[in-house]
Unconditional design. Sequence first.
Length: 289
Amino acid sequence: MGMTQHQTFTPADDYETVRAAIAYLSETGAEDVDLARFSRSLGMTERQLTDLFRRWCGLSPKSFAQAVALNHAKRLLAEKASVLSTTFEVGLSSTSRLHDLFVTYEAMPPGAFRQRGEGLDMIWGAAPSPFGTAVLVVTEYGLAGIGFADGEKSVQTAFEDLRDRWPNARFARDDARVAPVAARVFEPSRWNPQEPVKLVLIGTDFEVKVWETLLKIPVGRATTYQSVAEHIGKPSASRAVGAAVGKNPISFVVPCHRVVGSTGALTGYHWGVPRKRAILGWEAGVIAA
């Protein structure tokens, strides 16, 4: 896939510009982008805008615009029947490739969920990512949470969102401890099956089944809530699946952003629909690299 060509971390203000670009595209549509008008709307020259998108996701502004458009999501769904039925069949803690961000995972025993994290020591911290500041939670078992913050003021808010999932755990902030984990997660050049990112899934049995299914959606593909419900043998539970997707504690790695409405619409995302669009556009660059 040539992922080593993809850019690593970029300045935080790159993502702020990308957010503004997504707002512009949401208002004007993405099919026939007027690059001159697009760049002027962001206070940039055409060259500056092109350089920014090449640096951030490896795509031209026009290609990025197409990647975050509704028609792109529809194309991702074009073969939705086979996305989950033919994907990797692996057991818990397998070292097999689950999707392009090579991971292994295990589900904590149900008792750990019922105890809401009691007895667990968790380290949390903030680190840069292509999608703004990431807030990560790690345990001795592996990565347990990823959220996103827009500026330092919301880092605490993002942490509290993650912390509330395990209110009885003990938390300590250590940005230095989470930095190498963030690098492994957000730098495609470090997506290596020989050094998988270890995840720990803490939730109800139903939620864990949904999250395991999300791990099977390859980068550059999408599926629907209904398809996930059918895959786990609960075809009438698409609404419950939607709730479980919304509770996914390990955003980006467990790719809830690849679940869209039946029409391809980018329905809600816990960390904001603009960020969901940004991630899908960024992943299009990973595929293209």
